[in-house]
Design a protein around this ligand. Structure first.
Ligand code: KG4
Ligand code: ZN
Length: 338
């Protein structure tokens, strides 16, 4: 506690970012440190779980120290420990949990385990002081693509989700097929800047008329088939055009389904969350579509869309306020449902 404010030290280790942050009263990030392992995993073309766990173990204490130093506080000022409990890679999650438990025990402070996807949604509270439920959230990450109705700070209902690949996974797989580096999302976003989005007509899977589910395996296969056909015919592939066309097909579906969900459920506020919400075209297209429909859109900065610990601190704060602390035997759940 400092000057009457509740201070949360939060940690995130569910995948390939080792992150820690300090939050003041849940919505103000005093620090937000992310140590990315992207360079370590790039050689393998994707995240290697065992290597991720080892990197987290080597880095987490220094990252937490840095988060406290950046916030200008010490361990003695911390009131609450927040940590991602799942979903994610089990070994990676366990490093964050073990560290968080050790701090909680040593400091005699409460601990709260947080759902990674809820945390992604909570990222929007940090930069938007006026945001309050109810709202509709589009969560687009490497492992998830969900439309979620948020009716309270701890009340989440999934309205639709992907039936196969997550949007981020589709970006990563399409990028790999195009010979672009891991992670594929930012690589495709960059390559697409100079491309023609109408060059290749990839399918838009809108599914049944009232469905709020997604399917991205078709467009991913579409990219693979297109590349095979062109290469077999001896034609040179314009990577920028394919990247722009692929990106556009995914963005169109994400925007269309979000508007459909808002209309079906009478939502007036829309939140974008998760790594793919950093996509420049998705951000622009969603903004345009929400304006046209009179919907209020909340887009966290790209650094708060991709994995970070500030979002975990915010989610921990709201969970603690309504549900209290967890026990120290709190476990990791790689498939934790929303
Ligand atoms: O939320 P996140 O950081 O981690 C998970 O919880 O999965 O999301 C990672 C995903 C990756 O698939 C990555 O390629 C994608 O987000 N991503 C992007 C962009 N930045 C990250 N996808 C499209 N455009 C981007 N600019
Ligand atoms: Zn994430």
């Amino acid at each position: 506690m400092k000057d009457g404010h509740l201070l949360t030290l939060a940690m995130e280790t569910s995948c390939d970012e080792t992150a820690a942050a300090v939050l003041r009263d849940g919505r103000t990030a005093l620090s937000n440190v992310v140590s990315s392992q992207i360079d370590v995993h790039r050689a393998f073309g994707g995240v290697v779980p065992e290597i991720a766990s080892r990197c987290h173990l080597e880095r987490i204490n220094a990252v937490a120290d840095r988060a406290l130093a950046d916030a200008g506080i010490g361990f003695g000022d911390v009131d609450l420990i927040g940590v991602t409990q799942g979903p994610g890679l089990v070994g990676a999650l366990l490093i964050g949990l073990a560290t968080a438990k050790a701090y909680a025990l040593a400091l005699g402070k409460p601990i709260v385990g947080v759902h990674h996807i809820k945390a992604h949604i909570c990222a929007a509270y940090i930069e938007h002081a006026s945001l309050a439920p109810p709202f509709l959230a589009l969560v687009v990450s490497g492992g998830h693509t969900d439309l979620v109705r948020v009716s309270g700070y701890n009340a989440y209902t999934v309205l639709g989700r992907t039936r196969d690949d997550a949007a981020g996974e589709a970006f990563d797989k399409a990028a790999r097929a195009l010979g672009l580096p891991y992670p594929g999302g930012p690589a495709i976003d960059d390559a697409a800047q100079n491309g023609d989005a109408r060059a290749v007509a990839f399918k838009r899977a809108l599914l049944e008329k009232d469905s709020l589910d997604f399917s991205f395996s078709g467009v991913k296969t579409g990219v693979l088939n297109y590349l095979n056909t062109e290469r077999q015919a001896g034609r040179a592939v314009k990577v920028a055009d394919v990247a722009a066309s692929f990106r556009e097909s995914v963005v169109e579906v994400l925007v269309a389904k979000t508007l459909r969900a808002a209309e079906m459920h009478g939502e007036t506020q829309v939140v974008m969350a998760g790594g793919v919400a950093a996509n420049s075209r998705l951000r622009a297209a969603m903004d345009e579509a929400c304006r046209a429909k009179g919907l209020r859109l909340y887009r966290p900065s790209p650094a708060l869309c991709t994995d970070n610990a500030a979002m975990v601190g915010t989610a921990a704060y709201f969970k603690y306020a309504e549900e209290g602390a967890d026990d120290l035997d709190l476990d990791a759940f790689p498939n934790l449902p929303l």
